[in-house]
Design a protein around this ligand. Structure first.
Ligand SMILES: [Zn+2]
Length: 109
């Protein structure tokens, strides 16, 4: 279990009275987050899923990639690059989907 700065959200020592990251005096707060902070993080499953879904279902892939990016920021940038790749793939996928929708709409007139 870790506690986090109430201002910047960075992890703090259990007995810290101010944040070493932003200098704010606060005792921090314990968080039960969506991500398990106790387990040793070695890879970013959200980023991996973000790329896979980014190819198949871009909007789902984009959501997963953004979650993956937030996850990476909390865990020493693990999977940050694949998360960014997932965001790009998803964005391109959504753009292509949107363009094909418009083109088909024009062609049917
Ligand atoms: Zn802070």
């Amino acid at each position: 279990m870790k506690k986090y700065c109430t201002r910047c959200g960075k992890p703090m020592d259990i007995d810290a009275t101010f944040c070493v990251e932003c200098g704010t005096a606060n005792k921090g707060e314990y968080k039960h987050s969506f991500f398990s902070d106790d387990e040793e993080v070695t890879y970013n499953k959200f980023a991996t899923l973000g790329i896979v879904f980014g190819i198949m279902i871009p909007n789902v892939g984009l959501a997963l990639s953004i979650i993956g990016y937030c996850y990476a920021k909390r865990h020493n940038d693990i999977g940050k690059k694949p998360a960014m790749v997932g965001i790009i793939i998803s964005a391109v996928g959504m753009t292509l989907w949107f363009l094909s929708y418009i083109i088909s709409a024009i062609l049917q007139k």
